[in-house]
Design a protein around this ligand. Structure first.
Ligand code: ATP
Length: 324
């Protein structure tokens, strides 16, 4: 925070605070049938990855909470697809925190500049990462005195993936994905991500899953979705070959039905030497597992050469939301 510190008498003020939060992939995602409230119970293994969102919070004395998108955002990010008003998840995070802290809404405004790397509606929780980064940046700006766990709990009100973007690392997520149990995954997982420029609506992918299950195209869901303990073991042991055999995503079939090119992309990655490939979350980002960092760079280059589509080598787990 130091470069942006300003001092006014004995009160220390920040001219701005920048925080980062990671996108995520689901190494496993088992989805149950819809509950009465419309939400689906899930059992997920989350991995935070080195594709990071950045939010710079600058105080506004007029009480407004505003959002803009930085020019340094990735080429995968279509500015038109991102609300730049109070419905943006980062703005909602700031408004929620301000209310929680009981700050005067007439004077405690903030401008949030978001630098997006995570593709929009890509199944990687990019909006949730923006919310997590905004929570952490505003908590520092407003001297909130809240713990990481407090911020994660607060984030759950904004979206199921927000608590994980606050905590980072690797975790099992139950409930709607917000009941997190951190995993001691010390070995890096190397992945190649192939983002798509157009997004997929998460609710529509879930709705198609329900439809395909109802008409018998897919088997009926388990009563209680569960995480495969063998996958957790492969992750914590740092065994990519075993992990490759255990990746699983119930949303892959509906996502690939909505975007048929996903199946072709999965084939390309496997032909080019990926250990395994899978749609990330609700898609359409596709992820491939590699044996090492070196192999992930080579795989990304081969996929790009062959398809002309950008592919990004990343690793996880990484830190949760934090001030730079
Ligand atoms: P999830 O799987 O958690 O739904 P996702 O990665 O598929 O996430 P996001 O990029 O988080 O999808 O965004 C989904 C939608 O949320 C977007 O289409 C957009 O309309 C809205 N949205 C609100 N705030 C943001 C934000 N800061 N960044 C991106 N999208 C946002």
């Amino acid at each position: 925070m130091s470069p942006s510190d300003a001092t006014a008498g004995s009160t220390r003020l920040f001219s701005h605070v920048t925080a980062q939060a990671p996108g995520k992939v689901n190494l496993a995602l088992a989805v149950g049938g819809p509950r009465e409230d419309g939400y689906h119970p899930v059992a997920s293994v989350y991995l935070s990855v080195s594709m990071l969102e950045e939010v710079t919070a600058t105080p506004r004395g007029d009480g407004e909470v505003s959002v803009s998108l930085s020019d340094h955002s990735s080429v995968f990010v279509d500015p038109e697809a991102i609300p730049q008003d109070a419905s943006n998840l980062a703005a909602r995070a700031a408004l929620l925190l301000r209310e929680q802290l009981g700050l005067d809404p007439a004077t405690h405004g903030v401008h949030l500049e978001i630098t997006k790397q995570v593709p929009v509606a890509g199944g990687m929780g990019g909006g949730s990462a923006d919310a997590a980064a905004a929570l952490v940046a505003c908590a520092a700006l407003w001297d909130a005195g809240l713990s990481r766990q407090d911020l994660a709990d607060l984030g759950a009100d904004l979206g199921a993936d927000v608590p994980f973007a606050v905590t980072g690392g690797a975790a099992v997520g139950l409930g709607v994905g917000d009941e997190l149990t951190p995993l001691l995954a010390r070995h890096p997982v190397h992945l190649v991500l192939v983002p798509a420029t157009t997004g997929l609506s998460t609710p529509q992918v879930y709705a198609l899953l329900d439809e395909l299950r109802a008409d018998g195209t897919l088997p009926a869901p388990e009563d209680e979705p569960a995480v495969d303990p063998e996958l957790v073991q492969a992750l914590t042991a740092g065994d990519p070959e075993r992990l490759a055999l255990l990746l699983h995503n119930d949303l892959q079939v509906p996502a690939a039905a909505m975007v048929p090119e996903l199946s072709d992309m999965l084939d390309v990655g496997l032909e080019e030497g990926a250990l395994a490939g899978q749609v990330s979350g609700s898609g359409p980002t596709v992820m491939f597992l590699a044996r090492s960092a070196e192999e992930s760079y080579q795989l990304a280059a081969r996929i790009e050469d062959r398809t002309g589509v950008a592919a990004v080598a990343v690793h996880g787990p990484v830190h949760g939301a934090r001030v730079l």
